[in-house]
Design a binder for this molecule. Sequence first.
Ligand code: BGC
Length: 246
Amino acid sequence: MERLGVDIGGTGIKGGLVDLTDAELIGDRFRLLTPDPATPDACARVIREILDHFSWDGPTGIAVPGKIVDGVVRSAYNIDKSWLGVHAAEFFDDALGVQTTVINDADAAGLAEMRWGAGQGEDGLVILLTFGTGIGSAMFLSGRMIANTELGHLQLRGTDVENWASANAREDEDLTWDAWAERLTEYFEHLELLFSPSLYIIGGGVSKESDEFIPKIKTRAPIVPARFRNRAGIVGLAHATTLDGR
Ligand code: BGC
């Protein structure tokens, strides 16, 4: 069974066709720049190009970098504020003429990792974090997702943690891996205090370079890179289309 996954990120909108029998991408991902401003209409125009690129008109999973509660976008830190209050799947169904399933981007990555990747068979509390423009989070207890956790917005040092510990913050401030890992250790200590997870999974673009920083983060629970690296979101979106009761 094939599905299309489209991940709306802070800088790029990436699409990929996924074969759900082996949870792998068919061919390459196709990436276009995120429009500025990233309004619903502007994002829909870019996704239209992605559908055309893959000649696809089947069920499509779309990730938005915001909370999606009962289908409605309820936070918009790294996309245009005009998303707030929009029923995302109904909007995309109409705008694109295909059946869409819309979930949070980190939740999408988590679904792939729990089903086929680093979290497979993990029974305890699993926290997946994606480091990119912001920090996304997905949380699973006994394999069940607790959606929309938004752990990138925990307050540390008087600000949202994603403002000083995201991959973007590392680049913007030119932090060495050591300096970034120190910030991450502080963040993970806070997470351990609050949640006592049994496993952390690191996703997002920077997970490709996980050897540079994961061994430097001191935690009680193990930390592993996402098996699907930055493809996790797209694979999870393909999976999400099969779970959608709409
Ligand atoms: C958003 C989250 C999103 C994360 C990663 C945060 O700023 O609030 O919903 O998952 O960025 O894109």
